[in-house]
Design a protein around this ligand. Sequence first.
Ligand SMILES: [Zn+2]
Length: 156
Amino acid sequence: MQQESAWSDERITQLRALWTEGLSTAEIGRRLGISKNAVVGKAHRLHLPARPSPIRNPPAFRPAQRRPMSPPPQPHVMRAPEPQAVVAKPEPAKVIARINYKGPTCQWPIGHPGQPGFHFCGDPAAPGRPYCSTHAARAYVGGKAPASGSKDEQAA
Ligand SMILES: [Zn+2]
């Protein structure tokens, strides 16, 4: 047969290589220029080992699909400690004084804070002082800060 005589050592080597490579018999035959049946017959006679998957397609080029298996690194988040709520309870008298302060007038409290009659002195304040000269003298000279509206405290 013409095909049998065509099996040179070189072609047999190619057959073995392609066979080992896992190509289908049709593909091997196409590359060697012979029929598929010729490839099967020759391989049988050469006692080539049976391939795991005879109907396997020739190994095509498969691009390596590199998928990052590791999850993306999570940003290291530093949770700032919650600031402690410092509840400042302003004294009502100070709030009222601050609200009512409109200018250089004496802020000496007269009366009791929070009560209807409570008010400030209202006289022109001394320069650099929140009180009038009279009340400033009480506040600073006497060393006694105006407390709870001692209305007409006797000056020393
Ligand atoms: Zn005053």
